[in-house]
Design a protein around this ligand. Structure first.
Ligand code: BGC
Length: 754
């Protein structure tokens, strides 16, 4: 590699000048800042503008078509959607050998929850409450993607989502900033690996910065109205954590927040990202987002949009070519300073240097990593840990060979090779999916249980009453029914929002008819979001919520259904009772009139009530104030009991650490893992504070009969919040610390801060 670089060294041969054999920026021993400055000083205006231009090739392209001149002239800083090692290498060869300065391009793709081996959707990964799962998932994805020349992924998505109608809730880690921060950090670490010198590392892109998940009405791309204090308290922290973990890039979000499209928001993209957080990497626009300033109604044309976004701090423009077309004119007319362009280019070059691309941009990962046994095993483990046991009446699960001789498997998602993979899988191939049908069939054979499969509904919207009849007939011979329902993959993800969270089509009828047979119904739900399935839950003896579990979802679910392993997932979002409750989340403020559980529902209102007050607390007459399942909830085949919560002191100084001990026992008959969660409530503060906030969690494996004392250490500094003056503060006074197996835990102790 060094030889190639030496051969293409820039030679300056004008009379009297020293001949430069190896420019400073090509010297890997120099600090990155020195290399960036040196290179920037050599670039023409057009070469600089070229760095800010990201284009997309046709997906699956196998030769460079008409792009070669653009690469040679240095008009492209990044290219999206190349997924072939040969194409990737030929692009980099052109860049190194034919472009004037030999600046490699960043080859990008959306590698969200797997490349070939697909892991559970990010929301499912969040249900593991296990950052190691997320780290490993991202590492596997990066390794596989790098074998096709990809070195930049648009992930992780760190949008806090509290409205399940929003289809992109599937792509993130749910409603809680702490859980999202922990999982997001792990994903950044996993994607980025060892960076310079590591040919499997992908630059991570924390997206969508910021508040995109607060889209009004849960409708994608919609406006948001998140005030600065809430941004700082809730929406920004996961991004800060990702940057502190080294995330090299950030994607600006599509939404306009309080009237300003984020792509043109200087306060967010420059004052906070650069000024306060010292972010050294670069900001990329979302797809076509620069042009969309025109639709937002804040820019007249492409030049106006480019001027606003570049000046706001948006360094690279995705897809439209507007920077390439307009930036020279904007600079010549003084609408954008060359210094601002330089800072954008410096940030882009910084990332390329940090990744070691100048030294070696070529593909070194062998094709054999795709679907390797190790990757499939990791995907299975992720699916195992992400499934949530929501209900298990009379210990219906696990299905035991001594009680169950014959199982009927049915439902539109029982054998759904594509839908099981979930949203955002550009490269995952359904041919590699092991479905629930195949996983369960194989395990049943091993355990000596007979399994019948009746398709009933081909897909979730399928209107096939005779299929339901066939399933009901087959159910008569079975000792238990497993019915897989939920959502097709296309129902969630970008632009795929739902106004109702109920099961679509005839699925509800399917569950009802199966339940009417009197045989125990185990409902397995695959979906991109929490669904409002109370009627179907009521008709099922047991419910396992798997989200879209990925390539190895089938064998993982089979293990859980038959008790090879106990479920351990916990809800990463509040599960609403009915769609009308959303947005709904556990860490809401108390209000001046909190509901207290004694509220009168529709049935309790006297016929002639007239215009009477009904207690006037914060609740719905027809749905109360409680969700179907709270955040952090999930059962297991173990039986966990919590006792002896003790704090190291009753009072702490602001620089001290709270130590909290709790004993957790597994009094069940199976080994299992419990996620022990620690929440805090601030009693009196300068602004209203959430009723509870997750501060720490730990997965604790406990053998049957085992008891463990667990200690949490919580620095008092982590109790700080954003005050009315937009600064972090900790108030003196009383707090309650809660520990338990979900966010409704009442096991608590009070302490005070002096
Ligand atoms: C999405 C991004 C994605 C980008 C590139 C956009 O439409 O909002 O999340 O990374 O496309 O595919």
């Amino acid at each position: 590699m060094a030889a190639i670089l030496a051969a293409i060294a820039v030679l300056s041969s004008s009379a009297g000048e020293k001949i430069e054999k190896s420019p400073l920026y090509k010297d890997a021993s120099q600090p990155i800042a020195v290399r960036v400055n040196d290179l920037l000083g050599r670039m023409t205006l057009d070469e600089k503008i070229g760095q800010t231009n990201q284009r997309s090739v046709a997906v699956g392209m196998h030769d460079l078509g008409g792009w070669v001149p653009q690469f040679e002239q240095g008009h492209i800083g990044s290219i999206m959607n190349v997924s072939s090692p040969q194409v990737a290498d030929s692009i980099q060869r052109i860049m190194l050998n034919k472009s004037r300065l030999g600046i490699p391009v960043l080859i990008a793709r959306d590698v969200i929850h797997g490349y070939k081996t697909i892991f559970p959707i990010p929301l499912g990964q969040a249900a593991t409450f296990n950052p190691d799962i997320a780290r490993k998932g991202a590492r596997v994805a990066a390794t596989e993607a790098s074998s096709d020349g990809i070195r930049w992924t648009f992930a992780p998505m760190l949008d806090i989502a509290r409205d399940a109608r929003w289809g992109r809730i599937a792509e993130g880690c749910g409603e809680d900033p702490y859980l999202t921060g922990q999982m997001g950090q792990a994903m950044v670490e996993g994607f980025q690996g060892g960076l310079a010198g590591d040919p499997t590392s992908l630059a991570a892109c924390a997206k969508h910065f910021v508040a995109y998940g607060a889209a009004e009405g849960g409708r994608d791309y919609n406006s948001t109205f998140v005030p600065e204090r809430v941004l700082r308290q809730t929406y920004l922290p996961p991004f800060r954590q990702a940057i502190d973990a080294g995330a090299l890039t950030i994607m600006a979000s599509f939404n306009d927040n309080d009237g300003i499209p984020v792509s043109a928001n200087r306060h967010l993209l420059t004052d906070i990202l650069r000024g306060e957080w010292k972010f050294p990497g670069f900001v990329v626009s979302d797809c076509f987002a620069v042009r969309e300033l025109i639709s937002h109604g804040v820019a007249a044309d492409a030049a106006d949009a480019s001027r606003q976004t570049m000046n706001a701090g948006l360094d690279m423009e995705m897809e439209t070519g507007h920077y390439l077309e307009t930036m020279r004119g904007l600079i010549e007319n003084g609408h954008v300073s060359e210094a601002r362009l330089d800072s954008a280019v410096a940030a882009i070059l910084y990332v390329k240097f940090a990744m070691g691309l100048f030294e070696d941009p070529f593909v070194h990962t062998p094709q054999s990593v795709k679907y390797s046994a190790e990757h499939l095993a990791a995907a299975k483990e992720a699916a195992l840990q992400s499934a949530i046991l929501l209900k298990n009446e009379n210990n219906t699960l696990p299905l035991k060979p001594n009680r169950i001789n014959r199982i009927l498997l049915t439902g539109p998602l029982a054998d759904a090779r594509y839908d099981q993979l979930g949203t955002w899988i550009f490269d995952g191939e359904k041919e590699h999916t092991v479905t629930l049908r195949h996983g369960l069939d194989e395990l049943c054979r091993k355990k000596g249980i007979a399994m019948d499969f009746v398709e009933s509904l081909k897909y979730t919207r399928h209107d096939n009453l005779s299929g339901i009849d066939a399933a009901v007939t087959a159910a008569r011979n079975a000792d238990a029914i497993v019915v897989a329902v939920g959502e097709e993959a296309i129902f969630s993800g970008e632009g795929h929002c739902m106004a109702s969270l109920n099961l679509v089509g005839r699925q509800s009828e399917l569950v009802e008819r199966l339940s009417a047979t009197g045989k125990p119904v185990v409902m397995v739900v695959m979906a991109g979001r929490p669904l409002t399935i109370k009627p179907e839950i009521d008709r099922s003896a047991a419910v396992l919520y798997a989200f879209h579990p990925g390539t190895m979802g089938g064998p993982a679910l089979a293990d859980l259904l038959l008790g090879v392993t106990s479920p351990s997932g916990k809800t990463p979002v509040t599960f609403p009772l009915t769609t009308g409750q959303v947005p709904i989340y556990y860490n809401h403020n108390n209000t001046g009139r909190p509901a207290n559980g004694t509220e009168i529902g529709l049935d309790g209102i006297p016929e002639d009530a007239g215009n009477t007050f009904l207690g006037c607390t914060s609740y719905y007459l027809d749905a109360g104030h409680k969700p179907m399942y709270p955040f952090g909830y999930g059962l297991s085949y173990g039986c966990f009991e919590y006792s002896d919560l003790k704090l190291s002191a009753g009072e702490y100084g602001k620089d001290q650490t709270i130590k909290a001990r709790i004993t957790v026992a597994n009094n069940g008959t199976m080994d299992a893992t419990e996620t022990v969660q620690l929440y805090v409530r601030d009693h009196v503060a300068s602004v209203t504070r959430p009723v509870k906030e997750l501060k720490q969690f730990r997965r604790v494996p406990l053998r049957k009969g085992e008891k463990q004392t667990i200690e949490f250490e919580l620095p008092v500094s982590e109790l700080s919040y954003i005050g009315a003056d937009l600064r972090p503060r900790i108030d003196s006074g009383d707090f309650t610390l809660f520990i338990g197996g979900n966010s409704e835990t009442t096991l608590s102790a009070i302490f005070s801060i002096k």
